[in-house]
Design a protein around this ligand. Structure first.
Ligand SMILES: [Zn+2]
Length: 143
């Protein structure tokens, strides 16, 4: 962990996570093993005018093993970043993102489990009507 990194209360930061200057992590955030935050959009060995580009992880978010988070982004409250994802854009609250570059593939509950097509959690019954304006990949019919 670099100087000036801020990590909130009740976080879990696993082995070999690289958290560089400019990163602010909220409360109850999970940072999986080998997660890499970056802090330079135009990396060169020598950059005389380099400035830190801040990155924020909001309360309750989780970042899976080996994910890479580019700088200047916000990972929203209770969002879930899949293992191995490369995050290049802001992640909205409760979004589940995966892939390279990371895309929204669903939405998750505060408990981390996926929400159904009606933005309801089958595990604890919580529902998130405020998300209903979002496109939900799970609402497409599957065969
Ligand atoms: Zn739940």
């Amino acid at each position: 962990m670099d100087a000036t990194v801020v990590v909130g209360d009740d976080c879990k930061v696993e082995n070999f996570a690289s958290i560089y200057r400019g990163v602010t992590i909220g409360n109850r955030v999970f940072v999986g093993p080998h997660v890499c935050f970056t802090n330079d959009t135009y990396p060169r060995a020598v950059s005389p005018d380099w400035k830190v580009l801040p990155t924020k992880v909001e309360n309750g978010a989780s970042i899976g093993a080996n994910a890479t988070i580019l700088c200047g982004l916000t990972i929203g409250r209770n969002a879930m970043v899949a293992a191995g994802a490369v995050v290049t854009k802001d992640v909205p609250p409760h979004a589940l993102v995966a892939g390279v570059p990371a895309k929204i593939i669903g939405w998750v509950c505060e408990c981390g489990r996926p929400l159904d097509a009606k933005f309801r959690c089958a595990h604890d019954g919580k529902s998130y009507p405020e998300l209903s304006s979002k496109r939900n990949p799970r609402s497409r019919s599957r065969k």
